[in-house]
Design a protein around this ligand. Structure first.
Ligand code: ADP
Length: 212
């Protein structure tokens, strides 16, 4: 699933993964966990994430390749936050050799809405789940305290949106000629977007069946 920061990729990927019984693979979650547990990967990723920059393609491609080789990803998976550059997308195409079709859904949301959403966003300090919009409350999954994400401050958000325009937006062109690409209006309530995601997914699967 593609889209700018705050588009709702995480929320929609989670719902899609749950409803299809597939693992959701979020590179942002993998990196945040690594930062929190101070692993070597966490040390490498931390500065880039806090500045709103991308972690290197080499590191990210390695993470995703090893995650996709695990048993639970053999029947399919939902990717959230990867690929984010054309180099990552090219590597993902190679990883998909001999697997099912790669369906790409792009969640589209205007920039002013994104800035507002990110300023409001709260995540659980324990498990990283997105908090309810009516915080202050506690995490619905584990009861943990809700906090702002370190990279959701106004200055870092601006940088992340710039990085998105420069490095990730070109992916729309990379994928858009494929029959398995669909753009979805993400500036609607989560349930409406989720229904559009389901529809786009069946269309893309059908287009693939028709050899488009
Ligand atoms: P968002 O989509 O809201 O920016 P994510 O949780 O997907 O948030 O990512 C948070 C940060 O993790 C990014 O700003 C970036 O620093 C890093 N990151 C996540 N995925 C990738 C990736 N595929 N390539 C490079 N950096 C990544």
């Amino acid at each position: 699933m593609l889209g700018p920061p705050g588009a709702g990729k995480g929320t929609q990927s989670e719902r899609l993964a749950l409803s299809h019984g597939l693992p959701k693979i979020s590179t942002g979650d993998i990196l945040r966990e690594a930062v929190q547990s101070r692993t070597e990967l966490g040390c490498i990723a931390r500065a880039s994430m806090e500045a709103g920059n991308l972690v290197s393609d080499e590191v990210m491609i390695g993470i995703v390749r090893s995650r996709l080789s695990r048993e639970d990803a053999q029947r399919g998976f939902v990717l959230d936050g990867f690929p984010r550059t054309v180099i990552q997308a090219t590597a993902l195409d190679r990883m998909m050799d001999g697997r099912g079709p790669l369906i790409v859904l792009d969640i589209v949301v205007p920039a002013d809405v994104l800035v507002r959403r990110l300023a409001m966003r709260r995540i659980c300090s324990k498990c990283g789940t997105n908090g309810p919009v009516d915080w202050p409350a506690n995490c619905q999954k584990c009861g943990g305290r809700l906090i702002a994400r370190a990279d959701d401050s106004v200055a870092v958000v601006k940088e992340r949106l710039k990085v998105y325009q420069r490095q990730t937006k070109p992916l729309v062109e990379y994928y858009s000629a494929r029959g398995t690409f669909r753009a979805i209006d993400g500036n609607r309530p989560p349930d409406v977007v989720a229904a559009a995601v389901r529809e786009a997914l069946s269309e893309a699967v059908a287009a693939r069946g028709a050899g488009l």
